[in-house]
Design a protein around this ligand. Structure first.
Ligand code: DX5
Ligand code: ZN
Length: 224
């Protein structure tokens, strides 16, 4: 299970240091929550900040940018140019999803599609051959520190089965990222459901201990 720290609830006044702490703890898949104040009722950061983060951190860490924005079709190249390796776009925010997924991949990044809690998983089955990751939102997007929505279980299980069938037929393997409300008490359960990647924000940056301590607690939950 990849644990992907979301820096959304880290100290944004010291974002570079928060990322340094995550990388020092051994986390190299950084989940960057980009919000435009339109698709979600919050506004975070964009290409200029990400570009500085990339200069600060060097080429090693994977920048997984979660685009909670209305204009991913016109802005995706800016995120790649800023140093993002992976872009996830929301099925609810894109007019021509298949075309965008291929455009992002053709531009040299890996690509994911995200669905909100109320969006049926069937909406992404058509593009399973075209993505590297499906992001199952287990909170309503816009904020960190929210409670996990357990009804995503059936989506994850359906997706796990569909991806396994795709691979068995010689198709691409696709990761299942669960995003929102993941903590030590539920991370092993979502792994059992079929997830391969867990975004953790407040569980790493706002829990009692250091990021390293909180990571150890999550890893212990996975090893039990
Ligand atoms: C919410 C973001 C999530 C969130 C995760 O819109 O997409 O990545 O920051 O934070 P926690 O783990 O605190 O729910
Ligand atoms: Zn996210």
């Amino acid at each position: 299970m990849i644990i992907a720290p979301s820096v959304l609830t880290a100290d944004l006044a010291a974002l570079g240091s928060a990322c340094d702490e995550a990388v020092a703890a051994g986390l190299n898949w950084l989940h960057l929550d980009v919000m435009d104040g339109n698709f979600v009722p919050n506004l975070t950061f964009g290409p200029p900040v990400i570009k500085q983060l990339r200069q600060h951190l060097g080429d090693e860490p994977i920048f997984d940018v979660h685009l909670m924005i209305e204009n991913a079709e016109t802005m995706f190249q800016d995120y790649i140019d800023a140093g993002c390796n992976h872009l996830s776009v929301h099925v609810e925010a894109v007019k021509h999803l298949h075309r965008l997924l291929h455009a992002i991949r053709d531009a040299g990044a890996t690509v994911g599609v995200a669905i909100n809690p109320a969006t049926p998983v069937e909406t992404v089955l058509e593009v399973l051959p075209d993505v590297d990751l499906v992001v199952i939102m287990s909170v309503n997007p816009g904020f960190g520190g929210q409670s996990f929505i357990p009804t995503v279980e059936s989506k994850i299980r359906i997706l796990r089965k569909a991806i396994d069938e795709q691979v068995a037929a010689g198709g691409r393997n696709v990761g299942i990222q669960v995003d929102g409300g993941v903590k030590a008490h539920n991370i092993d359960t979502i792994r059992e459901w079929g997830a391969t990647n867990a975004v953790v924000g407040s569980g790493l940056f706002n829990a009692a201990g250091s990021v390293a301590d909180n990571l150890a607690t999550l890893q212990q939950a996975l090893n039990n």
